[in-house]
Design a protein around this ligand. Structure first.
Ligand code: UDP
Ligand code: MN
Length: 297
């Protein structure tokens, strides 16, 4: 049995009380080389994390951007499914960033749950909408969001929850394994390779390819992450560059330099188009089909 910090260790700090018998996934990698847990179905006890979050009276933020046609197409389902599956029984504050506040669906939220709508200007290109998230999140984390929440998950809107997404995911910094790439050899991973870019990784660099559709952590850690990525994006723009996968490339550079404290298996953000995989027991969040013609100009 590989000794790796428990999935709940980051919350429990020194008084780990978890049950090691839960480590029953010999079929997958459950620990990184820097001893961060990679959490898979069956490697954690959701009740331990639930109790710990309640004991510490934590508020968990969930940020999502819904700009242009993404709002009408995806936001309602994302929020409705979050009400069913995201941090159920905890204090939650949703932050929806949009240029169309009046079009945000009015949902009846569960007890202890709030939704805030934040105005953003609409960037012209979809890539710019995606990249502008880092700077906007950085500002929000330095403002009300950062005062209201202790942990925050930042997500794409073009997905919906299908299973419990609870406090077991929380840690100081949290990265999501990309569903399409977690089985690929490192040298093939789609990191930015142009050495002039702030996001560049050399052939021998990179641990995993992380998906920008889900990342999170403590407010302080996310302030550092968003500052780093926003700065990289600014530097590239000043040189007339745009990294291969936009903000995701800069996120991957950040997590190479500053390792995540917890890694989520692809079950936490799965693409149904991949089909069945033996190691994927229980997908919790599913990507929507890429209907780019409908949402991108
Ligand atoms: N987004 C948006 N409007 C846009 C482009 C992007 O609201 O015009 C937001 C939305 O939350 C979306 C995220 O930025 O999920 C990332 O863009 P997208 O999902 O298209 O990127 P991909 O997942 O294909 O990399
Ligand atoms: Mn997306």
């Amino acid at each position: 049995l590989d000794v790796c910090p428990s999935a709940t260790m980051a919350l429990l700090k020194d008084n780990f009380t978890g049950d090691l018998r839960l480590w029953n996934r010999p079929d997958v990698l459950t620990c990184t080389s820097w001893k961060a847990p990679i959490i898979w179905d069956g490697t954690f006890d959701p009740d331990i994390a639930q109790r710990e979050v309640r004991r510490q009276n934590l508020t968990i933020g969930l940020t999502v951007f819904a700009v242009g046609r993404y709002l009408e197409k995806y936001l309602k389902r994302f929020l409705e499914s979050a009400e069913k599956h995201f941090m159920v029984g905890q204090r939650v504050v949703y932050y929806v960033f949009t240029e169309q506040p009046a079009a945000v669906p009015r949902l009846a939220l569960g007890p202890g749950r709030q939704l805030r709508v934040e105005f953003v200007v609409r960037e012209r290109r979809w890539q710019d909408v995606s990249m502008a998230r880092m700077r906007t999140l950085h500002e929000a984390l330095g403002g009300r969001l950062g005062r209201e929440a202790q942990f925050v998950l930042c997500m794409d809107v073009d997905q919906h929850f299908t299973g419990s997404f609870g406090p077991e995911v929380l840690a100081d910094s949290v990265a999501q394994l990309h569903a399409w790439h977690y089985r690929w050899p490192r040298w093939l991973l789609p990191f930015e390779r142009d050495a002039r870019s702030a996001a560049a990784l050399a052939r021998h660099e990179g641990d995993f390819y992380y998906h920008a559709a889900v990342f999170g952590g403590s407010v302080a850690a996310l302030r550092r992450l968003t500052a780093h990525c926003a700065q990289g994006l600014r530097l590239d723009r000043a040189r007339g560059l745009e990294a291969r996968w936009h903000d995701e490339s800069h996120l991957n550079k950040f997590f190479w330099l500053y390792k995540p404290a917890k890694v989520l298996s692809p079950e936490f953000c799965w693409s149904p188009e991949i089909g069945r995989r033996a190691e994927i027991h229980h997908p919790r969040l599913l990507w929507a089909r890429k209907e780019y013609a409908e949402v991108r100009d």
